[in-house]
Write a protein that binds this ligand. Structure first.
Ligand code: SF4
Length: 396
């Protein structure tokens, strides 16, 4: 038996020259899709997200005319860019208790902002939020895409999400969840690309419920997060099965198409935990620019060809700090994977032999009591080093 709704939707989204061509005549099918998405959301969506509460109240929003606090939504949206709700929620709550408004955030030192972001990763987001808060201080909240998108770290989907959530304005979104749903609905065999995105943006605009943009965008995000998940999508619970091309060919997990993932090679990094005669350890603060800018770390660097790791540590420490150390026993070795590279950290205990540390490749250096390490913002790879160091100190 022919599934008429599937055929109807296939007429809307044709696998034509550009893979996705929208037939503007078939508005009734778009309406039907909107209705099914919102109907599903009313019963199964996430209605307890704390940034959807009214300002200065414990009540959730009831009325489409009511506005929400753009600040708390903005922080949540940026945290959610690379992180799931369940992981970011404690960070968001902690952040809001310390920086409840943009004014306080804009006056905070960057160090404190990075400290609160510790564990969330992708630290450029914290830098961007801090810079943007300074630009926003004392101004009215922007109400256009353009005004949001000139702020650091805000792209079109984050801007659309903030505007639709806070002010119920009709701006579409295209985050990872929504992109995945669209790739499956259309069974599009193009690899993710800018040109494909422009078609998906068009689809997002067409699908958006202009009367309920706040609810609709949230419903799409919830559907992607709870049902049309990256692995093991729960198609039996999905309101879109009748319109989904990937479901029709029984290949949901084949979409979005993935380029053959490049195997990441491992780079060896030698790190020294240097003690002085007062049993303090040496840490340095990275420059504000670049990856992990402004974070603290133990000194070290990349192994060069033909070097033993002990030689790497000794050389890097001399080059970066102008001191001589004696490289002792290995403390820990582990692999840490970033989005674009894999690093094996080999960490050794070191003793200061001579010299006064200079911040030749960092903002500043400090000798500190190991018990004070928790007061500094370290990248997550360093958390393993600190844990190993504490175990070492307990047993030595
Ligand atoms: S039917 Fe399955 S693959 Fe299609 S949108 Fe729903 S969950 Fe995703």
């Amino acid at each position: 038996m022919i599934n008429h709704q599937f055929v109807d939707f296939a007429n809307i989204i044709k696998d034509s020259l550009r893979k996705i061509a929208i037939d503007f005549q078939s508005d009734s099918s778009l309406k039907e899709l909107r209705f099914r998405i919102l109907d599903w959301w009313a019963l199964h969506g996430r209605h307890d997200l704390p940034w959807k509460k009214l300002s200065n109240s414990n009540d959730f929003i009831q009325d489409s005319c009511q506005e929400l606090d753009p600040y708390s939504i903005w922080i949540a949206e940026v945290m959610l860019q690379q992180t799931q709700v369940v992981v970011m929620l404690p960070f968001w709550k902690n952040w809001m208790s310390i920086f409840p408004n943009v004014h306080l955030l804009s006056q905070a030192p960057l160090d404190k902002v990075l400290f609160l972001w510790q564990g969330l990763g992708y630290y450029s987001r914290a830098h961007h939020i801090h810079h943007a808060s300074i630009q926003l201080r004392g101004t009215d909240w922007p109400r256009t895409l353009e005004e949001w998108m000139v702020l650091p770290g805000i792209g079109r989907t984050t801007a659309g999400s903030i505007l639709s959530s806070a002010f119920n304005l009709p701006f579409p979104i295209l985050d990872g969840n929504v992109r995945r749903i669209f790739a499956r609905l259309t069974a599009c065999r193009e690899y993710p690309s800018a040109s494909l995105d422009s078609h998906f943006w068009r689809l997002s605009i067409l699908l958006l419920d202009k009367a309920r943009p706040r609810d609709f965008n949230q419903a799409l995000m919830d559907l992607g997060a709870l049902v049309c998940t990256n692995r093991n999508p729960k198609c039996s619970l999905c309101p879109l099965t009748q319109s989904c091309s990937a479901y029709a060919i029984q290949e949901p997990c084949s979409f979005p198409m993935k380029k053959n993932s490049r195997k990441l090679s491992i780079q060896l990094i030698g790190v020294g935990v240097i003690f002085n005669e007062r049993d303090e350890v040496l840490i340095d603060q990275r420059l504000n620019e670049g990856l992990l800018g402004g974070m603290w770390e133990f000194p070290g660097g990349k192994q060069e060809a033909g070097e033993l790791i002990e030689q790497t540590i000794s050389r890097e420490i001399t080059e970066e700090l102008a001191i001589e150390v004696k490289v002792g026993q290995e403390l820990i070795s582990f692999v840490h994977t970033y989005s674009h590279k894999r690093l094996r950290f080999v960490v050794h205990i070191c003793k200061l032999v001579s010299g006064v540390p200079q911040p030749l490749a960092s903002q500043q250096v400090k000798w500190i009591d190991p018990c004070s390490l928790s007061a500094y913002a370290f990248p997550s790879a360093n958390a393993k080093i600190i844990k190993a160091l504490m175990n070492y100190l307990e047993t030595n």
